[in-house]
Design a protein around this ligand. Structure first.
Ligand code: NDP
Length: 324
């Protein structure tokens, strides 16, 4: 009998339940995937708590890698036996077997393992659009990425470095600082004890940055704006410390005609040609060795609640996966 993690009410990690589920034959446009590894992402905690509301009861999770077992009518570019991965589509990746819209699946290149595939699709495609599309990082740019030792963070550090940028990264502890530096971060700032905006001013000789990538939200937002140079771009892409309260747009003028955007991967990858181009770009940097995917935590899928506790307590680094 297939199993999945589901939740019937929003709340703490304890609401996540391991349940037997029915997986019907794939409908038109769907493929049934036997999942070998599932990605753990911070966004999963937003669904579980209700910050991003989902109709209840609900499955959870947006990323996994596995093998196609069967395809529904109209699916002609995938066949049983194909190795695939995905980031996005309907909630429900925390499962050993599921049906997925086939147009969300990407074939995994041979050198990429299921574990890597599950660990890198969501965080890696995010790094791709942040660095290549939202603000196109140029050689010689200095950039700031918060939570530099996290899943998105370690990928952004390595990729930005490979693009010729100088990378400033904030982290919660000295151990995380060392890890970020080992992955291309030139200047690590322990923002739990140092004022990161002051450090950024020092590092840039008072000039400020062309871009800040902020996924922390409430606790860092105002100081992140203070790190930007005139016409700089604030990319607010997450809310690990909580959502940013309402904000006076007039401040953007006073602070130097700043730009601000609140992007999500799901807009950037909504059209299949974009998804495939982004995935090809990601696979290239991983297969060529420019970006290493660090799977630093592995949990049994049925222990997803424990995985959420570790992630929210800031005890994880790099990427985490759940194993069915
Ligand atoms: P991470 O591995 O980065 O884990 C989150 C990290 O945030 C923690 O390890 C911690 O690092 C830091 N953090 C700072 N303050 C807090 C806090 N109060 N509570 C918990 N953590 C805190 O997660 P992911 O790589 O999965 O995601 C990173 C961020 O990117 C998330 O905010 C996520 O929502 C966002 N995201 C956005 C996407 C988009 O398209 N908009 C897509 C993918 C991810 P430290 O201890 O070093 O501070």
């Amino acid at each position: 009998m297939p199993h999945a993690i589901r939740f019937h009410r929003t709340g703490g990690p304890e609401v996540l339940q391991w349940e037997a589920v029915d997986v019907p034959p794939p409908a038109q446009g769907e493929a049934r995937v036997r999942q070998h590894a599932v990605g753990l992402n911070y966004i999963d905690t937003y669904h579980r708590t209700g910050l991003y509301p989902a109709p209840l009861p609900s499955g959870i999770g947006l990323e996994a890698a596995g093998v196609v077992e069967a395809v529904g009518e109209g699916v002609d570019d995938l066949a049983p036996g194909d190795r695939v991965a995905y980031a996005g589509g309907p909630l429900g990746a925390y499962a050993d077997l599921r049906n997925m819209p086939a147009d969300r699946l990407v074939k995994l290149p041979d050198p990429v393992s299921f574990e890597q595939g599950a660990a890198m699709m969501l965080q890696g495609l995010t790094a791709q659009y942040l660095l290549r599309r939202t603000y196109r990082v140029q050689p010689g740019d200095t950039i700031l990425i918060h939570a530099a030792a996290g899943g998105v963070g370690l990928i952004v550090c390595q990729w930005a470095k490979a693009l010729g940028a100088t990378v400033i990264g904030t982290v919660g502890t000295d151990e995380k600082a060392a890890l970020a530096r080992a992955h291309g971060c030139d200047h690590s700032i322990v923002y739990t004890r140092e004022n990161f905006a002051e450090r950024v001013r020092e590092i840039t000789g008072g000039e400020g940055l062309p871009v800040v990538y902020d996924s922390i939200g409430k606790d860092t937002f105002m100081e992140s704006l203070g790190c930007l140079r005139p016409l700089g771009m604030m990319v607010l892409f997450g809310a690990a410390s909580g959502p940013v309260p309402p904000f006076d747009l007039g401040l953007l003028a006073k602070m130097g005609s700043l730009f601000i955007t609140r992007p999500t991967l799901f807009t950037y990858s909504a059209k299949r040609p974009d998804l495939l181009a982004m995935a090809a770009d990601l696979f290239e940097v991983v297969v060529s060795g420019k970006v290493r995917i660090e799977v630093n935590q592995r949990f049994a899928l049925k222990d997803a609640a424990q995985a959420h506790r570790e992630l929210e307590a800031r005890r994880t680094t790099g990427s985490s996966i759940l194993l069915p």
